[in-house]
Design a binder for this molecule. Structure first.
Ligand code: MYR
Length: 131
């Protein structure tokens, strides 16, 4: 189950990923230490998500397979869906400003939640521990 609170422990290639996303250097430096914490609560197909970081706190919900909008911390708007493939969450989102696609997955690996991100040929991971 994905339910619970997850704190980012480490990231792989996240700065390169943010650079590809067009995030400027100052923000990338800050974002590398954003202390991101995500609380997920799934009931059937519905997820309630609480996000907290040094940038903001955000409460939202989505339903698997149903399109929703999500603003990144810098205001970039995404539109897309989360779905399930087996035990893995797979998200496909489109940037509203340039039409490019960002894909993301979440999987529980051992005791950790591993989130992968892919955009414009660059991939990154952020790995979370229960907290
Ligand atoms: C959630 O489930 O946490 C809410 C919906 C997330 C949508 C996609 C997340 C992509 C985040 C990309 C970060 C890029 C930073 C430049």
């Amino acid at each position: 189950t994905y339910n619970g609170t997850w704190k980012v422990d480490r990231s792989e290639n996240y700065e390169k990923f943010m650079e590809q996303m067009g995030v400027n250097m100052v923000k990338r430096k800050l974002a590398a230490h954003d202390n991101l914490k995500i609380t997920l609560e799934q009931t059937g197909d519905k997820f309630v998500v609480k996000e907290a970081s040094s940038f903001r706190t955000l409460d939202m919900e989505f339903t698997l397979g149903v399109t929703f909008e999500y603003a990144l911390a810098d205001g970039t708007m995404l539109s897309g869906t989360w779905g399930m493939e087996g035990d893995m969450m797979k998200g496909t989102f489109t940037r509203k400003d340039n039409g490019k696609v960002l894909t993301t997955t979440r999987a529980i690996v051992g005791e950790e939640l591993v989130q992968s991100y892919s955009y414009d040929g660059v991939e990154a991971k952020r790995i979370f521990k229960r907290g």
